[in-house]
Design a protein around this ligand. Sequence first.
Ligand code: SF4
Length: 395
Amino acid sequence: MFYNQIAMDWLQKLALLSQDDGLEVDAEPNPGSEALPVCHPARTTQTTTRLLDHISHVTLQGGRKIPVLKVLLTSVCEYNCAYCPFRVGRDFRRATFQPEELARAFLQIYNAGLVKGLFLSSGIAGGGIRTQDRLIATAEVLRNKLGFQGYLHLKLMPGAEPAQVERAVALASRVSINLEMPGNQYLEHWAPRKVPQSRMLEPLQLAHQAVLNQQYRSIRRWISLTTQFVVGIGETDAELLQITAHLYRQLGLSRVYYSPFRPIEDTPLEDHPAENPHRALRLYQASFLLRDYGFSFDELPLNPDGRLALEVDPKMAWAQRYLTHPLEVNRASREELIRVPGIGPKSALAIIRARRLFRLRDLRQLRQLGVNVERAAPYLLLDGRQPARQLTLTF
Ligand code: SF4
């Protein structure tokens, strides 16, 4: 039995190091979907020695999902972020792996076919630079000593040096740094020992440059950059989406994660209410409008208080405000089509290909091309005519 091959103390250590170090979602909600993003295991102080409880799923570029072991190198942390279960002084049992110990244990799990990758982070012990060195040392063992070629997500630590960032990019499939909050006013309040936001952005800028250099030199085909924000401790959607737009446009991030705040006992925010997961869903949908649909920050349908409406998705909210004249499907550009609710990048492309061959005249054709016609019909003209709104008719 596989579990017998892994020392029990290793499993117990893993349990102590997997108490929800982060909450990146594995779902990719689309701008019209009401499905809530699926979060990884809830923040908890419970430990479990069942290995499967420490495996999460990650969505890769292109939509493929893979199981990954998500683990900290150490749950010791000298910082005091108010929302975090690992903050210094909080009373719970902590554990630390040595880099080679973790690399070898992970490889056993990988070779047993239970996971296809590793997501490696750490509490900050001995400063950001030393912690980054230990993360890189683990990756070096995996890649260079043990020959691991699979998915490897490495965290960048606040204060990491340029050479460390470059090395991390050379070793990893994905690198990330948790920006956590959309401005210094929040960081100073809730994460006072973290470096200012401008210094946290530096590693991402360096990583972006390193990725470009590697791609230019054709060393690796695809390396992604991501970050994560905690949502629900005072910030507005406008603040989050403004920095999100910057991260997508200027730093080439492939994904920004929004983690709805949940209170943790024995922290300064233990009585703060949990954030509504629907808010994170709307943020994801708005961030995809920025990333994939050509929207600028100024075009997002934010309310005067800087919030997105919870009851309607942002693409539909934008269309209700601004798409006042229906769009002729047979003439509209790709950029115009993908702004219509119910039409995404794939269905827009299918429309453009189809109309080279024949004129589009009814909703049935659009449906066959992947359009959500119930959402799209009010905003479209088909061959000069507004389609019938009774869409249940013939489908
Ligand atoms: S740096 Fe802050 S968020 Fe990160 S592990 Fe330490 S206390 Fe938690």
